[in-house]
Design a protein around this ligand. Structure first.
Ligand code: NAP
Length: 248
C-alpha cells in the first residue's frame, strides 16, 4: 500500500481548522492536530477517526503558534511519529477588533503575533522537512479583509495582508524544491469567530454578499484541499477567495 500523506493543521480544534482536518481525514491523510486551549480532545479524535473509517493515525500537539520553540517541538514530535509532513495548513488565528482610535497597542501586537508571526513560526520549522522530501503544500488562511481592508480590523487586516505577502515570497523561494504555497481568503464564515456578531450585523453583511449568505467551514475546507492535494502541481503563490462573491 502507498504511504499515507501527512497533514499538519494549526488551530484544528474548532471552526475552519477542524473541518479542514475532517476533510483530510476523509481523504485518508494522517493528521497532526495543533491547538492551544482545547480540552475536548477525545471527542475530536473520535470524530476524525470516524471521518476516515478508522483508517488514519492522529497526533495531537498543544502548542502556542506564537512560541517558536513550541513550534519546533511540535514539528519534531510530528516527524518522530510520521517521518514527514506533506501538507501544512496555517489556520490558527484570532481577532481583537476595534477602531484604530481605540485600539490598544497590545491588541495590535497580539493579533500580528498569532496570525502572522505564527504562520512564520510553523512554516519555518516545517519547510526544512518538506525540502528534504522535495514535496510540500502550504496553505495559509488569510482573509478577504487582507485584500479589501475593514474598518475596525486594522490589526487583523494587516496580519492577513502580511500572510499574503509572506506566501507569495515563499512560493517564489520554494518552487524549485516542489513546495507550493497558496492562501485561502475566506469571507464571512459561520464559526465561533463570527458567532459574537449580532443578528443585525450578520444580516447587513449578508446583504453585501452576492450569494446572500455566510459560508460554512466545510466550503473553506474543500478549497484548502483543492490547493493542498497531490493533483495541484501548477498553482502556487495565489490567493483563492472563498467568500460568496464578496470581493471581486
Ligand atoms: P475559531 O473558530 O475562533 O478557531 C480558532 C482556532 O485557532 C482554534 O482551534 C484555536 O485553538 C486556534 N488558536 C487560536 N490561537 C492560537 C494560538 N496562539 N496557537 C495555536 N492555536 C491557536 O476561528 P475560525 O473562524 O475557525 O478561523 C480560522 C482561521 O480562518 C483564522 O485564521 C481566521 O482568521 C480565518 N478566517 C475566518 C473567517 C470567519 O469568518 N470565521 C473569515 C476569514 C478568515 P483552541 O481551540 O485551542 O483555542
Amino acid at each position: 500500500m502507498e504511504e499515507r500523506r501527512v497533514a499538519l493543521i494549526t488551530g484544528a480544534s474548532r471552526g475552519i481548522g477542524k473541518k479542514v482536518a475532517e476533510k483530510f481525514a476523509k481523504e485518508g491523510y494522517n493528521l497532526v492536530i495543533n491547538y492551544v486551549a482545547e480540552s475536548n480532545l477525545e471527542k475530536i479524535e473520535q470524530e476524525l477517526k470516524n471521518a476516515s473509517n478508522n483508517q488514519i493515525e492522529i497526533l495531537f500537539v498543544k502548542a502556542d503558534v506564537t512560541d517558536f520553540t513550541a513550534c519546533e517541538n511540535m514539528v519534531k514530535k510530528a516527524i518522530e511519529k510520521f517521518g514527514k509532513i506533506d501538507v501544512l495548513v496555517n489556520n490558527a488565528g484570532i481577532t481583537k477588533d476595534n477602531l484604530i482610535m481605540r485600539m490598544k497597542e497590545e491588541d495590535f501586537d497580539k493579533v500580528i503575533q498569532v496570525n502572522l508571526k505564527g504562520t512564520f513560526n510553523v512554516s519555518k520549522t516545517v519547510i526544512p522537512y518538506m525540502m528534504k522530501k522535495r514535496y510540500g503544500k502550504i496553505v495559509s488562511i488569510a482573509s478577504v479583509v487582507g485584500i479589501s481592508g475593514n474598518a475596525g480590523q486594522c490589526n487583523y487586516a494587516a496580519s492577513k495582508a502580511g500572510i499574503i505577502g509572506f506566501t507569495k515570497s515563499i512560493a517564489k523561494e520554494l518552487a524549485s524544491r516542489n513546495i507550493l504555497a497558496n492562501c485561502i481568503a475566506p469571507g464571512f464564515i459561520a464559526t465561533d469567530m463570527t458567532a459574537v456578531l449580532s443578528d443585525d450585523v450578520k444580516e447587513k453583511i449578508n446583504e453585501q454578499i452576492p450569494l446572500k449568505k455566510m459560508g460554512t467551514p466545510e466550503e473553506v475546507a474543500n478549497a484548502v484541499y483543492f490547493l493542498a492535494n497531490e493533483e495541484n502541481t501548477y498553482i502556487t503563490g495565489q490567493v483563492l477567495n472563498v467568500d460568496g462573491g464578496m470581493i471581486m
